[in-house]
Design a protein around this ligand. Structure first.
Ligand code: NAP
Length: 526
């Protein structure tokens, strides 16, 4: 077995890869723990790094190296990176199990989701081929004779991309951002969330050791984010994923406010799923809806930014849906991912467990408990030591309760918790969805195409993605919470206002758009 995944290994201080070499931070560092056993796995420290030099190296050496390649060449690099990661996939699963407390299926969402996204952008690079810039739309005529025209072009920004990532996706969170950045020709510095930094670190280490990427293209800083934002310069970009509170700090940093550093924020979100008014308890769509809600509540113990938090159903179906979801939830086994019978693992750490418990108490003041996960017997896990919690379904009782319960619309409990919200009619449902103030995704479950299409457009401006499920796509739809690289990820308002992925659109953030005004002859030679 690889030294790095032995369970009784000596605590290792994970080194940072900066300025083209590995460097350990000063001091003992902050410990990374196993959320089931409390065992210390490793530690991280970014103390004592010469950040000015680290950022200059990535920006200058990495930037120049990457921009000297075409999109096609950079796509080939991504394909090589993918091969290295695929070869080490089992190791990543084990690290996830230990450090994130996730069962196999939940690890797949993060590890395989990251690899799939990387592969998608590698192929996109192949498609773009020899181009050294991206044309943006067609040229338009500016002069009456049509000779003088304007052509918009996208060229890679001259800065670097700093990623400050959340704890729940140490793999996907890295590659869904690094793949479009590197394909664009922009060097990356990633700062993973401390709690689960081990997996990101191991993946970067494997890629660096394989010597695929040019010098300066990929750096990693594990530990505190102190001082990182201070290093940003006008052409750099920063992509943040995490809580709304930290997002405020990022957004108001002088680099953003005074130097126009471009910022993308993926923050928390109170996503929803809605069963259309004409659906009955005996319909296939009803079943699909219930299954997906349970899946969303329990995958990664509900620690998914896209997870369904509010479940909108016609008032007359409230009791039936509550019963159907509760029946399924009662079959969800929770505990140590080493036990193959455990379907759901742990929350990431004690702080998250406490936050989920207090969030639940907050929501309970305006709801009833339809399924109580607090007393669940754990498999091979100590309730006092582990960070496991059972799934809990709350409900607002009736349509008036749904109107009164403001907390369910503005509180994201980042765990296996959701609230069933009965509505009077479609208009009422749409107005309740809007009270989420902007979310990453909403799902609509129904049968009648024109009603669904109308509802999808009605909620579109509140979401980055609207996921519509009808019986004919029951087995082929990609899932409410799965972020596909072909589709946009991000959401307006409280979801952060960010945009990621969405196929070629995912490259926009790492490019500058310029209008080149010239004669048709010059534009032809671009
Ligand atoms: P967090 O506490 O806000 O931390 C996110 C990142 O910011 C971590 O790397 C953290 O470093 C760093 N950080 C903390 N304080 C900072 C500061 N003052 N300046 C700069 N960086 C700072 O969020 P989290 O608890 O890791 O993540 C959970 C949240 O992320 C949930 O609300 C979830 O909805 C959201 N999320 C959103 C998406 C999305 O795509 N929209 C995806 C995943 C998660 P340390 O870990 O070292 O403190």
């Amino acid at each position: 077995m690889n030294l790095h995944v032995e369970s009784k290994r000596m605590k290792e201080l994970l080194a940072n890869y900066v300025g083209g070499h590995w460097q350990k931070g000063a001091g003992e560092g902050v410990d990374l723990l196993n959320p089931i056993t409390g065992e210390v796995l490793a530690s991280v420290s970014a103390a004592g790094l010469d950040l000015a030099q680290v950022f200059a190296y990535a920006r200058e050496v990495g930037g120049q190296n990457l921009r000297s390649l075409t999109y096609g060449q950079r796509g080939l690099l991504l394909a090589e990176v993918l091969k290295v990661l695929q070869a080490n996939r089992d190791k990543y699963y084990e690290i996830s199990r230990k450090n994130s407390g996730t069962v196999k299926n939940d690890t797949a969402v993060d590890v395989d989701g990251g690899l799939f996204t990387l592969g998608y952008f590698a192929k996109l690079g192949e498609r773009l081929g020899d181009q050294s810039y991206l044309p943006d739309d067609e040229a338009v005529k500016l002069s009456k004779d049509g000779l003088f025209q304007s052509q918009h072009v996208l060229t890679p920004t001259r800065g670097l991309a700093l990623f400050i990532n959340a704890f729940n996706f140490p793999s996907w969170g890295l590659w869904e951002k690094a793949a479009p950045a590197l394909l664009s020709g922009v060097p990356v510095i990633v700062k993973p969330a401390t709690a689960t930094a081990w997996l990101t670190h191991e993946m970067v280490k494997d890629v660096i050791e394989a010597k695929i990427l040019p010098a300066g293209a990929l750096s990693i800083i594990c530990g505190s984010s102190n001082g990182l934002m201070d290093q940003l310069q006008p052409f750099d970009v920063v992509s943040f994923t995490g809580s709304a509170d930290t997002a405020k700090v990022i957004r108001s940093h002088p680099a953003v406010v005074e130097q126009s550093v471009r910022v993308n924020i993926e923050a928390d979100s109170v996503n929803s799923a809605m069963l259309m008014p004409d659906i009955g308890a005996e319909d296939l769509v009803f079943d699909l809806f219930v299954k997906e809600v349970v899946r969303e509540m329990t995958v990664k113990s509900g620690q998914k930014c896209t997870a369904i938090r509010r479940i909108f159903v016609p008032e007359g179906l409230y009791k039936f849906v509550a019963q159907a979801i509760s029946t399924r939830l009662s079959k969800v086994t929770v505990g140590n991912p080493e036990n193959e019978n455990a379907r759901m693992g742990a929350l990431v750490n004690r702080a998250q467990k406490e936050s989920v418990i207090s969030g639940l108490e907050y929501l309970k003041t305006q709801t009833e408990i339809l399924h109580d996960g607090s007393k669940i017997a754990l498999l091979d896990a100590d309730a006092e030591i582990s960070c496991c919690v059972g799934p809990t379904l709350l409900g607002t009782i009736n349509a008036e309760g749904s109107d009164r319960a403001d907390r369910i619309h503005d509180t994201e409990v980042f765990g296996p918790v959701a609230t069933l919200v009965p509505y009077r009619d479609l208009e009422h449902a749409l107005s309740l969805i809007a009270r989420g103030q902007g979310s990453l995704v909403a799902s609509l479950y129904g049968e009648e195409p024109s009603a669904l299409a109308k509802a999808a457009i009605a909620v579109a401006n509140l979401h980055g993605r609207v996921h519509v499920v009808t019986p004919n796509v029951a087995t082929t739809q990609t899932g409410h919470g799965n972020v596909m690289p072909q589709s946009l990820h991000g959401g307006p308002g409280r979801a952060g206002g960010g945009e990621e992925l969405g196929g070629l659109r995912g490259l926009n953030f790492y490019h500058r758009r310029t209008a080149i005004q010239a004669s048709a002859g010059v534009l032809e030679k671009l």
